[in-house]
Design a protein around this ligand. Structure first.
Ligand SMILES: Cc1cc2nc3c(=O)[nH]c(=O)nc-3n(C[C@H](O)[C@H](O)[C@H](O)COP(=O)(O)OP(=O)(O)OC[C@H]3O[C@@H](n4cnc5c(N)ncnc54)[C@H](O)[C@@H]3O)c2cc1C
Length: 390
């Protein structure tokens, strides 16, 4: 039995998983160390993923998507992350954040205009929520988009935009009405070519170094009225709903990284000898690999339970936060143990486990830090308690 086979998948989901596994092992794995080392965004890989129908997996075919479910999308992110965290993050941010809000909250005209190119992988989609002074506290946004009668005027700065240099469209949150708190925030689809918009500094990072992370500048950008997403004042809620779905994919990324590190470790401990026996034959090693697998399988079940709930139209916000929190911490534990079991070789760049360890750290920060996940989970617990009682 191989990893992942413990899930009850449909034939279609299995086929998708196997296709992505094949692509990841043959096309992404060979370049994973190079894109990390050179901090290069692998444009050619995303173009190929577009041709394979992977850039719009969970969106309907009428908008250029593959018409599959969220479970299939999470499986794809997991398979890619097994070999490359950078590419997995690019894929997850594009699908959940770059396309997600347009699909979930866009008008029919907006969906028809923007989604087909995004789903075909002709360009990436960007998401601008975080600002220099507004990360976890996203409601503290300072970017403004004022109603000027026949258009809106966008001013401000967004930071850490994943895929930003390679995007042509960005979903951006901004204040449209001051003094109304989070009810004064709206979201807009912004195009790269518009006057006053500029992609700024590219961040140099600890991990996911082949993923593109940039600052976005908006200086008197004229936004057409028809590019407002939904209604004025709905933006904050839209962003939170978007992040609920995104958390499943970041959890799947952490799961994939943990599995990748686990598989590399199995290969290593069964090949390396010390004191005249395989490292795998020491009980201390066996306890570690047993714990690794137990944690991986627990994370898998939480992630795919959240994905199934989303696919079935159930409330999944609490499950997504729990799955992301747990999987990202499993990723941290498993990749760290993987380095330990490789000894000195685990600490140097010749082996992929140190890259996986660095890449995983992002999963404890992006789309809500672990502390924010705990807040979301605790709020859910208390809301339920207050409703149902003892
Ligand atoms: C590689 C990368 C890619 C990213 N991609 C995107 C993207 O595409 N689009 C986008 O909009 N953003 C993106 N982000 C931003 C990311 O979502 C934020 O970094 C994250 O939400 C945390 O915000 P912050 O960095 O401002 O940290 P802060 O909010 O300043 O947090 C600092 C610390 O304080 C803690 N903290 C804050 N508030 C509380 C609280 N109430 N209770 C307890 N602890 C608290 C945090 O958990 C953290 O430990 C990306 C970030 C990275 C690193």
């Amino acid at each position: 039995m191989s990893l992942g086979d413990r899930l009850p998948l449909t034939e279609e989901q299995k086929m998708l998983r196997d296709m992505v596994r094949d692509f990841a092992q043959n096309k992404i794995k060979p370049i994973a160390a190079e894109i990390d080392e050179t901090e290069r965004f692998p444009e050619e890989i995303f173009a190929e993923m577009g041709e394979l129908g992977l850039m719009g997996i969970p969106y309907p075919e009428e908008y250029g998507g593959a018409g599959m479910d969220y479970t299939s999308y999470a499986l794809a992110v997991e398979e890619v992350a097994k070999v490359c965290g950078s590419t997995a993050l690019g894929l997850a941010a594009h699908i959940s954040l770059g396309c997600g809000p347009i699909y979930l909250f866009g008008s029919e005209a907006q969906k028809k205009k923007y989604l087909p190119d995004l789903c075909a992988g002709k360009h990436m989609g960007g998401f601008g929520l975080t600002e220099p002074q507004a990360g976890s506290d996203a409601g503290a946004t300072k970017t403004t988009c004022m109603d000027m009668g026949d258009h809106y005027l966008l001013n401000g700065t967004k930071v850490y935009c994943t895929n930003g240099s390679y995007s042509k469209t960005y979903v951006v949150s901004a204040l449209t009405e001051k003094g109304k708190g989070t009810r004064g925030i709206s979201c807009f689809i912004v195009e790269r070519d518009w006057d006053g918009f500029a992609v700024g500094k590219k961040e140099r990072k600890l991990g996911v170094r082949g993923s593109d992370t940039v600052v976005l500048h908006f200086n008197d950008v004229k936004v057409p009225k028809e590019n407002l997403l939904g209604k004025p004042g709905e933006g904050f809620k839209q962003m939170l709903i978007t992040l609920d779905g995104g958390r499943i994919s970041i959890g799947a990324m952490a799961l994939g990284l943990a599995e990748g590190a686990y598989l590399e470790t199995l290969k290593y401990v069964t090949g390396r000898k010390a004191f005249d026996q395989r490292i795998a034959d020491f009980q201390a090693t066996q306890f570690k690999i047993a714990d690794m697998l137990v944690n991986i399988e627990a994370a898998r079940h939480m992630i795919f339970d959240a994905a199934r709930k989303k696919d079935d139209g159930e409330d999944f916000s609490q499950e997504a936060a729990m799955a992301k929190l747990f999987a990202s911490e499993v990723g941290a534990k498993v990749t760290s143990q993987a380095i330990q079991l490789h000894g000195g070789y685990g600490y140097v760049r010749e082996y992929p486990v140190e890259r996986m360890f660095r890449d995983n750290k992002l999963t404890e920060i992006g789309e809500g830090t672990s502390e924010i996940q705990r807040l979301v989970i605790a709020r859910g617990i208390l809301k339920e308690w207050d409703k149902v009682g003892a």
